[in-house]
Write a protein that binds this ligand. Structure first.
Ligand code: FES
Length: 198
């Protein structure tokens, strides 16, 4: 079980459970719970997939879960957020997501996602690993007078748009990483498994 948090723009948080996807199947019912739980915990630490419930994730909100000891950001973007993305291309280092290993093949598109509205990112700055903060307000900010919403890393002033694409002039060299993931259903996202994988 891992902690989840939701960013409601005013930093309210809630805790929910994270479901670990594993191969325990029928064995799980035949042995005591604690005995089954311990291997799963090790599996999670080793990088086993985790499942996030996004049924309560509202437009503009961010859910954070842990996978492989790293924060995973899941954001439900609005139509306006998506419509604003192409206009940012001219200010970005890699608007087409051409740098290898920064995203799965399925995320090499203008949204950097499987479904346009759901953004999934590793929440670690590609400069030195600080956790960037989501700022969805479209307004001039101290770090960017043309701010259209996105992530700001306060450690050394790296800026990323609402697809995790890094802005020119940021010390971060590359876009935020999109992890492998797939949709188990409309409300459940499996982090750590790519679409089409077993
Ligand atoms: S760690 Fe984010 S800008 Fe340096």
């Amino acid at each position: 079980m891992a902690a989840e948090s939701v960013n409601h723009g005013r930093r309210r948080f809630l805790t929910a459970s994270t479901v670990v996807v594993g191969g325990v199947g029928g064995v799980f019912a035949a042995i005591p719970f604690i005995a089954a739980w311990k291997p799963n915990a090790k599996a999670v630490a080793a990088g086993a997939p985790v499942t996030a419930d996004i049924s309560k994730l509202a437009v503009g909100e961010q859910l954070t879960i842990a996978w492989r000891g790293r924060p995973i950001f899941i954001v439900r973007r609005s139509e306006a957020m998506l419509a604003a993305l192409p206009a940012e291309d001219a200010r970005l280092k890699d608007p087409q997501s051409t740098v290898v290993d920064q995203q799965p093949e399925f995320a090499k598109n203008g949204y950097r996602s499987l479904k346009p509205d759901i953004l999934v990112l590793v929440g670690s700055c590609t400069h030195l690993g600080c956790s960037p903060k989501l700022h969805t307000e479209v307004q001039p900010e101290p770090w960017d007078s043309q701010w259209k919403g996105g992530y700001y890393c306060p450690c050394h002033n790296s800026r990323f748009d609402l697809a995790g694409r890094v802005y020119d002039g940021s010390p971060a060299p590359t876009n935020l990483v999109v992890p492998p993931y797939r949709f188990e259903s409309d409300t459940r996202v499996v982090i750590g498994e790519s679409e089409g994988a077993a």
